[in-house]
Design a protein around this ligand. Sequence first.
Ligand SMILES: *Cc1c(COP(=O)(O)O)cnc(C)c1O
Length: 387
Amino acid sequence: MSIINKDKEYVAGTYARFPLEISEGNGALMYDEEGNEYIDLGSGIAVNSFGVADDEWLEAITVQASMLGHTSNLYYTKPCADLAEMLCSRTGMKKVFFSNSGAEANECAIKAARLWALKNKGEGNSTIITLKNSFHGRTITTLAATGQDTFHTDFGPFPEGFVYAEANNLYSVKELAENNNCAAIMMETVQGEGGVYVLDDDFVKGVCKIAKEKNMLVIIDEVQTGNGRTGKLYSYMHYGITPDIVSTAKGLAGGLPLGCTMLGEKVQDILTPGSHGSTFGGNPICCAGALSILSRLDDVMFEEINKRSEYIVSRLNGVKGVKSVSGRGLMLGIECEKPAKDVIASAMAKGVLVLSAKTKVRLLPPLNIPFELLEMAMDKLVEAIEE
Ligand SMILES: *Cc1c(COP(=O)(O)O)cnc(C)c1O
């Protein structure tokens, strides 16, 4: 049986996979089982921060795997403590909770916000405002948090306590904050799955002002935007704001599953023994991978990311068939005249892997993709858009 048929037979049908079997990779290059080469502009959906099998990352995780691959959270480990320190010192957040995915990082953010509201505002202040068109995960609660009606069917009953504001509309946020007893507002500063929409500067700052007036927490979902993706360590840093809670995952450990919920001053002591936990959370191999990634995300790297971003945008400028380009850093959305799925299929046939987000073609290339590969990939992508 072919791998594709075996997968179709035995793996639950949750994914509309492309007819392509990836067998290995090296940096921004991927190979199928016949050895055909592809330039990867998707990074496993913003996960492989420095591409596949990056040397330093591989060394860090293999050394750690040979020493200690896992222990329980009943004991202390060095990679976990070192990573927590690095995250706090680089963000100004005070404490972190480690989990395994973006949805779990958001679950923890929601639990922490509700517990804070219970202790500081009293019962009945558990509502969380999220934005329409957002995406926060696939668990029952993070589906409820996701501000898209299509995610609110089939799996009910969903937990209560989420209301949805219009993105980039402060009046909408204000109205919901006035008419509900809110614990927090949660948002992505670039809506990724929703179509790569960047939140306005005035809106994000205005939300923080409303949150302050109403004694609500600000939670920023950096699952996709985080860890250098937008050209700063975390995307909220473009706005000069200080969130109360930041969640992240995808690119954090460069290809291993690691979620993180960072807790600011107001909520740093909210989680106490028994209030939350995760068997795999803070796994030493994942933390060693994240230490390797984060320690290389410095100003020099951010400049490299922004250079690549500018290059991509300049290559798309004026291309026939491109209606608009949105996004920030190496998280870009392209609205094409052709349906995104046709551009993706055509690019794949030419040896370039790209993603979609709603109606757009989405690019999330490895942060350090070599310029010559990026140039080759853009030549082919432009052909796929134009033809
Ligand atoms: C991908 C994503 C999630 C969910 O992350 P998982 O690791 O798939 O659970 C949550 N929020 C945002 C913004 C995402 O992009």
